[in-house]
Design a protein around this ligand. Structure first.
Ligand code: 3PG
Length: 207
């Protein structure tokens, strides 16, 4: 399965599962067909399950995975892919053995090389802005031409285009489209508007 099918992958942190379906619908209304639910709240599993069941037109994934068991649980309730901030040998061994589509993070050339050695082609550059930004990520293209990246961590509508202009970047991810304050305020209209603007301004940027 190709994970990086959308140039924009919104990340959402849900503290209350009753908001999950509305967030997913707001993103879909804005033209985005994928959402990554951070698996760092107690609401994440139920949220993933509700989105997968009630909003089947959106692809839902689980982010912030730190243990293989979490990935297995997330997939069992409907997560189509899982993502992590970085690679650890245990997580790579464990998740790759399950066959669950996996987008591991990396922030250095060495980590990226390890992921390539493991046979991965789609990976995350995290935390993108703090780890060197577009200059660092773009410099990985020469030595690691087979890796396709999703840049995540500190991405905004203002800086996203600089990543998507890189030849080795297929997507950007982040919380700026559906941030916690808008979710808490049930401001679905602004989330839809953020999604629409992201699609309008960024869709043509990716290869
Ligand atoms: C997260 O850590 O939840 C995201 O992957 C990145 O978050 P940010 O877009 O707020 O930096």
């Amino acid at each position: 399965m190709t994970i990086l099918t959308s140039p924009v992958i919104p990340a959402v942190v849900l503290e209350d599962p009753s908001r999950a379906v509305d967030v997913a619908r707001a993103l879909l209304d804005g033209g985005i067909g994928v959402v990554e639910v951070a698996a760092r709240t107690s609401a994440s599993l139920v949220s993933i399950e509700r989105i997968a069941t009630e909003v089947p037109d959106i692809v839902v994934g689980a982010g912030t995975i730190t243990r293989t068991a979490q990935a297995v649980l997330a997939a069992s309730v409907g997560a189509a892919f899982v993502a992590s901030a970085g690679p650890t040998p245990a997580l790579l061994d464990g998740i790759l053995a399950t066959g669950i589509p996996y987008l591991p993070g990396c922030s250095t050339a060495g980590e990226a090389m390890e992921l390539q050695e493991r046979g991965l082609t789609e990976v995350r550059f995290f935390p993108a802005e703090a780890a060197g930004g577009p200059a660092y990520l773009g410099a990985l293209e020469g030595p690691l031409p087979r890796l396709r990246f999703c840049a995540t961590g500190g991405i905004t509508l203002e800086n996203a285009a600089r990543y998507l202009a890189l030849p080795n970047v297929d997507a950007v991810g982040g919380t700026w489209i559906a941030p916690a304050d808008l979710i808490k305020a049930h401001d679905w209209a602004t989330i839809t508007d953020n999604a629409r603007r992201a699609v309008q301004q960024l869709s043509h940027r990716a290869a």
